[in-house]
Write a protein that binds this ligand. Structure first.
Ligand code: T3D
Length: 252
């Protein structure tokens, strides 16, 4: 796992086991959990990018070194933990899917708030192909994104979904030619890092919107609007609109 924070507040987490297509072993799980904790605690971090080293994003569980831990414990202790961390982190998390993602590697991307795919990247719901079931949130994310029947097709057949098809299915936000991938990721990440204090509340609202009743979401929106309106960034945003210029947000 490699982590780097740039001057704009973009914290880049790079899965770094390219010889195994960045498949998860215990050290990689622990590295990702620690990196996400660091992103949560450090106020200088304004946006997180998760990507893979080499030609793959992530091939899911390392099938050559599952270790001694019972699989249920492995899922509960590691996969469930970092999926929940990504969703509850009140900072935007961008998946930069540089290459193929399989199994829990797809779930890692789908748990993120925005997904940019390189044109040559692909998603594979590999679980059933090896006799396992979707985990790490795949059963939650997939039907919400593509509908029940398409989710069943993807989960049961495990076919390779190209980046272009992923885009048309709503499984990613954007597909970029391979030679423009890094600049496109940097542009989006920089824009997110320069966003207002309200970004974390927007993320919380949309997550609640997936699960809660309309009444509960309306109440949460009203509460967040109260505290968002009291931030320096909201004052700056309104001032910038009146003065016909771009706002300069500071995250306060
Ligand atoms: O089990 C539990 O603990 C529960 C949790 C489950 C979560 C899951 O993620 S289950 C799903 C696990 N993942 C897979 O089933 C995907 C396995 N990999 C593939 O199907 C293919 O590698 C890809 C479609 C991703 C890419 O294919 P290709 O042809 O581009 O590459 P390759 O030749 O298959 O792989 C390149 C190397 O990476 C190769 O090693 P080698 O021969 O060069 O030494 C291959 O063994 C290795 N590799 C790829 N994926 C994994 C892997 N090694 C270990 N684990 C992997 N998942």
């Amino acid at each position: 796992m490699r982590c780097a924070l740039d001057g704009e507040g973009v914290f880049r987490i790079t899965l770094n086991r390219p010889e195994r297509l960045n498949a998860f072993n215990q050290a990689q799980h622990e590295g990702l959990i620690a990196a996400l904790q660091q992103a949560e605690r450090d106020p200088a971090v304004r946006c997180v990018v998760i990507t893979g080293e080499g030609r793959a994003f992530c091939a899911g569980q390392d099938l050559q070194s599952i270790g001694d831990m019972p699989i249920g414990d492995l899922v509960r202790r590691y996969y469930n933990r970092w999926i929940a961390q990504i969703r509850s982190l009140e900072k935007p998390v961008l998946a930069a899917v540089n290459g193929v993602a399989a199994g829990a590697g797809v779930s890692l991307a789908l748990a993120c708030d925005l997904i940019v795919m390189a044109e040559s990247a692909a998603f594979i719901q590999a679980f059933a192909r090896i006799g396992l079931v979707p985990d790490s949130g795949a059963s939650y994310f997939l039907p919400r994104l593509v509908g029940y029947h398409k989710a069943m097709e993807l989960a049961l057949f495990g076919d390779r979904v190209s980046a272009a098809e992923a885009l048309s299915l709503g499984l990613c936000n954007r597909v970029v030619p391979d030679d423009q991938f890094e600049p496109a990721v940097a542009e989006w990440a920089g824009w997110l890092a320069r966003g207002p204090r309200a970004v974390g509340w927007i993320k919380r609202q949309l997550n609640r919107g997936l699960e809660r009743s309309l009444d509960e979401v309306l109440a949460l929106e009203a509460y967040h609007q109260e505290i968002a309106a009291a931030t320096e960034d909201a004052r700056e945003g309104i001032r910038a609109f009146v003065e016909r210029r771009e706002p300069r947000f500071t995250g306060r």
